[in-house]
Design a protein around this ligand. Structure first.
Ligand code: KIV
Length: 271
């Protein structure tokens, strides 16, 4: 049985040092206090209060209906239960309409207990990231398949597959890093692009469906314990399986698999 290291307080500097040391870190979505507590005890470094809560908690069709007040509510729940993990909260749909809106909404999330905010978007986010960083708010930029743009993409489709799109994503990633982003999260992109981004950027790169060479991995909690209705996405592995019978053990197995590089396997990746 994998024994997680003692719970320590995780900061942005911890994650940067882990990247520098070549140690992978584990991220899971969390929406409430009890699961946040158990994930922390299992050694999950970052708890993402994802707007995926619109789908897995509220049962909606997409993340688009989720409001800033709902995000702040779940962020407060997670912050209450955390055991040293860093709390990252999602900016909801159209939360960055103007610079002023970005600052106001990020303030709500930070005052609810977040340590970092995640924004979906590309290079256009640069001025928003600069303003937040100036105000002391660390930012994770989310690129690739950004679920809030599902209608623009025409579905949940793999991004960055052709050379032009891949080159554009690398340019956008460098622009948000230059603007002061502390982390990049990339979703549903070819593994080779996930590897290039992780090697090119100084900041940690978290992947979901982005290959095994990213500096960290994230999954939606409901997916990795096999309770999300419907067919799981290719990048999902159910850790509440193969002799693992409790949710805390599934969290520990996930952390171990991320750190030893056995998750994601080739069957979870895109070419
Ligand atoms: O909202 C969320 O849970 C996310 C992850 C899928 C990365 O953004």
């Amino acid at each position: 049985m994998y024994v997680p290291s003692e719970v320590k307080n995780i900061t942005v500097s911890t994650l940067q040092k882990m990247k520098a040391d070549g140690e992978k870190f584990a991220v899971l979505t969390a929406y409430d206090s009890s699961f946040a507590h158990q994930q922390g005890l299992a050694g999950v470094e970052v708890l993402l209060v994802g707007d995926s809560l619109g789908m897995v908690v509220q049962g909606k069709d997409s993340t688009i209906p989720v409001t800033i007040d709902e995000m702040a509510y779940h962020t407060a729940c997670v912050a209450k239960g955390r055991q040293g993990s860093l709390v990252m909260a999602d900016m909801p749909f159209m939360g960055c309409q103007t610079l002023e809106a970005t600052l106001q909404n990020a303030t709500k999330l930070m005052q609810a207990g977040a340590h970092m905010v995640k924004l979906e978007g590309e290079a256009w986010l640069a001025e928003h990231i600069e303003s937040l960083a100036r105000g002391g708010i660390p930012v994770c930029a989310h690129m690739g398949l950004t679920p809030q743009s599902v209608h623009k993409f025409g579905g949940y489709k793999i991004q960055g597959r052709d050379q032009q799109a891949a080159d554009q994503m690398i340019q956008d990633a460098l622009a948000v890093q230059e603007a002061g982003a502390a982390i990049l999260l990339v979703e549903c992109i070819p593994s080779v692009l996930g590897k290039t981004l992780s090697e090119t950027l100084d900041i940690p790169v978290i992947g979901i469906g982005a290959g095994s060479d990213c500096d960290a991995q994230v999954l939606v909690m409901h997916d990795m314990i096999g309770v999300t209705p419907g067919k799981p996405a290719k990048f999902v592995r159910n850790f509440l399986a193969d002799g693992i019978t409790t949710v805390p053990e599934a969290f520990e197995a996930y952390v171990k698999a991320v750190k030893d590089g056995s998750f994601p396997g080739p069957e979870h990746c895109f070419v």
